[in-house]
Ligand binder design. Structure first.
Ligand code: SF4
Length: 369
């Protein structure tokens, strides 16, 4: 563990490098807690380049906590649409409502209050409080954990019990307490740009002289690969109804999530957003199962002769699920009236919150056959 002059030099090297080489990112122009919070939530599971346009659009529509808290959830989800992991957007809005009700519209600076908000875990709280309020909390996310594991040549699964806590202790020890916000961002930046998962650029690294993994020739080996949960294959069939005006029918978001849904639970797979009529099927039985489902849930007593046109299949992945969607197009003179369903123009579903899975199905239905 670095101490004394070595620790001081380590900190100085990293902060000077960060001051000179940090990327220009929209959330780095501000210390406003709302904006920092929004960026941290968007950046969970999402690449920086993908998050930037969403961040800018979101702030244009919801410039502060109050406007976010007061917005209809469907509008929040619509602006999040395409970013994935929609529970982030739902929790963001729930937290905004609590911040307005309990904290005068200002993101709390007390760690216990921050951690009590939906969607805020240890990492996110440390990041927001250090960057927005200069609180002395060291962040530990995947990037920082990798940097520290390499600096200290830590072997094994970094997320394993015990190892993560050790890494957190090292992160706390390294923290430069005079500027914790810059420090945390510098550590994350090093992990994101030089000390990357594959082929770390040690020759450019400002702290290479302190790195045990580099000394021992282990920079490419640490962190060791985690054992992955096995992938589950799921097949869905989706029905794209189209009327002569080019309108299609989407079903409303299911009201509440099941606590322990099956891996092929359709409401979960469409992220509880507007979606095409969809059913989980066995491969080879898609058309028959979809016809039965549509007859029962869309057309009721009205027996229809359905001519389903198969479209190009769509692939999608959600965590450990590998999903094949078999979309079918059905032309109709008139869309059925179904409670909770609405008609939208198939060519432009931008007015409604849909998941990436639904977007891919719409694309397949619009592609030339
Ligand atoms: Fe990462 Fe290489 Fe720097 Fe070590 S020397 S911290 S492995 S980039």
């Amino acid at each position: 563990m670095l101490t004394g002059p070595a620790l001081a030099r380590f900190r100085k090297n990293l902060l000077s490098w960060f001051a000179q080489f940090q990327r220009e990112l929209p959330w780095r122009q501000t210390r406003h807690p709302y904006r920092i919070w929004l960026s941290e939530i968007m950046l969970q599971q999402t690449r920086v380049a993908a998050a930037i346009p969403y961040y800018e659009r979101f702030l244009e529509k919801f410039p502060n906590v109050e406007t976010l808290a007061a917005a209809p959830e469907a509008e929040v989800l619509r602006l999040w649409s395409g970013l994935g992991y929609y529970s982030r957007a739902r929790n963001l809005q729930k937290a905004a409502k609590l911040i307005v009700a309990k904290h005068n519209g200002i993101f709390p600076s007390d760690p216990a209050d921050a951690l009590a908000l939906p969607g805020i875990g240890a990492y996110t709280a440390a990041a927001i409080l250090s960057i927005a309020y200069q609180k002395k909390h060291a962040v530990l996310d995947g990037n920082v954990a990798r940097v520290i594991a390499r600096l200290d040549a830590v072997r094994g699964d970094l997320r394993a019990n015990g190892i993560w806590q050790t890494l957190q202790k090292s992160a706390d020890h390294l923290l430069q307490e005079r500027s914790p916000g810059d420090w945390n961002q510098a550590m994350m930046e090093l992990g994101a740009t030089l000390c990357t998962p594959r082929s770390p650029q040690c020759l450019l690294c400002p702290v290479a002289e302190f790195c045990e993994a580099r000394k021992q020739g282990l920079a490419d080996v640490i962190p060791e690969k985690r054992s992955k949960r096995g992938t589950i294959e799921i097949t869905l069939a989706s029905l794209v109804l189209v009327d002569p005006r080019g309108k299609t029918l989407l079903l409303a978001p299911p009201k509440s999530a099941k606590k322990s849904a099956a891996p092929d639970d359709v409401p979960t797979l469409v992220s509880r957003m507007w979606h095409f009529p969809t059913v989980s099927v066995q491969p080879g039985q898609a058309a028959a199962a979809l016809t039965k489902f549509a007859q029962a849930s869309l057309f009721g007593a009205r027996k229809l002769q359905m001519e389903l046109h198969p479209l190009k299949k769509v692939r999608h992945a959600v965590t450990y699920r590998s999903i094949t969607i078999l979309p079918f197009r059905l032309e109709m003179k008139e869309l059925p009236k179904v409670s909770g369903a609405k008609a939208f123009p198939l060519v432009d579903l931008s007015s409604v919150a849909i998941s990436n899975l639904t977007r891919k199905v719409a694309r397949a239905a619009l592609a030339p056959q």
